[in-house]
Ligand binder design. Sequence first.
Ligand SMILES: *Cc1c(COP(=O)(O)O)cnc(C)c1O
Length: 375
Amino acid sequence: MATNTPDIRIPDDLKPADGRFGSGPSKVRPEQLEAVMEASPEVMGTSHRQGPVKFVVASLRNGLAELLQLPDGYEVILGNGGTHACWDGLVAGFIEQRSLHASFGEFSSKFAKGVAAAPFLDDPVLVEAEVGTHPTVSHVDGIDTYALTHNETSTGVMAPVTRPSQDGLVVVDATSAAGGLRVDIAECDVYYFSPQKSLASDGGLWLAAVSPAAIERIEARAAAGDRWIPPFVDLKAALDNARKDQTLNTPALATLIMADAQVQWFCHNGGLAFSAGRSDASAAHLYGWADAHALATPFVTDPAMRSSVVGTIDFDDSVDAAAVAAVLRANGIVDTEPYRKLGRNQLRIAMFPAIDPDDVLALTGCIDHVLAELT
Ligand SMILES: *Cc1c(COP(=O)(O)O)cnc(C)c1O
């Protein structure tokens, strides 16, 4: 914490019930931690090659298939190492020769950089846009893989998931989107994500909904044998293991249990309409508040591009947003700091489905209180 944090106490009756607004790791609901306790001793601390853990993996895979309304033939696969490992898996064992990337922030550009560094692939085509917006991607000759990002967590921009072309397969980084944003999965072939964002679990795992065409691609790339695929990121191994409700190597069982508990919560309450609806309610409030505010304004100017799971709010030069974040932190309201490399006078506020819309309402009340005390 900054040593010069202004000494401002936020009254308890203004505070949100839960003060976690981080964009990942993000708020874990107490019910999910209870699910971990309930899984002891039958699941926690037992073999991931035996029935009890495999049952959790099966429940998570089936729950995601229901939540995302997977079309016929789509499957859920998973592996260790988070989205970064999935990226390496796509580089090593999915892209055939040349990919195209919608690049509009830290995460989308990072995947493109990883592709550019692979000696066996052609240089990727980048379709870029100013931070705070997203580009529009359309057909380009010679592209076998189109890489989109559903929610650019670094800037708070959401982008549509639609096929740019009838040729080539579409892979979508939905790390922070999955479960929080509506999607038509038929519009893509690989919808991949991590559980520490909209699924309110912990990090270290990646999951992906894959189409029949993607499965064919994964199998063909593995069979081609024209390049070395590191076993840890081998998508064919992930596919084969997932079909047995397993992972290549030992997964974090608590992460699986908490992710499953969240997905079941979504499904029992109406699926994506429920979970994305919670994020929508939070976003309607946050952006409405910022739009009407004399000192705050949504960083993303186009309302259609404003993410309903991660909100970025710029502040007037007369306000030190870092000081606001520090005061909030000192009062138990944490992780509202902006993405480190974006370098703006900004707060970034997660509105994942686990976060109660009423708590976002309370948060803006707390920010107003801090602003009034500071100015
Ligand atoms: C968090 C995030 C990542 C990185 O996820 P890890 O699981 O930490 O590898 C990638 N892309 C997006 C859009 C993210 O929000």
